[in-house]
Design a protein around this ligand. Sequence first.
Ligand code: FAD
Length: 177
Amino acid sequence: MRRLVVVGNGKSADVFLRQIQQYKHDFSITVFGGGVPHRRPAWYRNHGIDLRQDVLITAIDRHARVAKGSDGSRTTFDRLILATGSSGLIPPGLEARRGVIVNRSLETSDGYVYAIGDCAEIRDAAWRPSLDQQARLLAERLVDESLGVEAHRPIHKLKLLTSPRIAASRTAGELTA
Ligand SMILES: Cc1cc2nc3c(=O)[nH]c(=O)nc-3n(C[C@H](O)[C@H](O)[C@H](O)COP(=O)(O)OP(=O)(O)OC[C@H]3O[C@@H](n4cnc5c(N)ncnc54)[C@H](O)[C@@H]3O)c2cc1C
């Protein structure tokens, strides 16, 4: 399994976490919080998410791919999402102005690090996705990247394919429309 670390557990992280649960994926997810979580601890447990709500990330070693926590922990990652809001951590070395600069894939200047929500500043001024759209797009993007382009089909729609008759009579594109 690949290790996904989410820094911040505010509004955009919450949308992202709910969205990625809609898909099959191969990430083990750790979330570092601060503040009050949007959901009960059981929700995170039931979805296999390791929630460390009381731990703030104090530094990120992008080269070693390690997030350092305020409790002294060191958590390695394959992909990291910054969702730290308007006054959160901006790791040194990342291209940033008001926020961390991201492209249309929500990717920062480090290809292993993404940013969504108020901490992100989209380079393309003509593209203005809402916070929810950013979080959803990133969930789909990461699932696609790990499992293949068609993988981000929602699980409840994939279930339609269990009927061979329906599966044979429709294309995948029709099912996801
Ligand atoms: C009073 C008020 C009213 C608002 N009303 C509206 C509204 O009506 N409609 C609307 O669309 N928007 C509203 N907003 C704005 C909205 O709340 C923000 O746009 C939204 O919360 C941003 O989401 P986010 O996930 O980017 O950041 P946040 O929701 O701020 O979450 C960021 C989280 O990251 C955590 N964090 C930061 N640094 C670290 C770190 N180093 N390690 C671990 N965790 C960290 C923080 O503790 C926080 O929990 C309002 C904001 C305020 C202050």
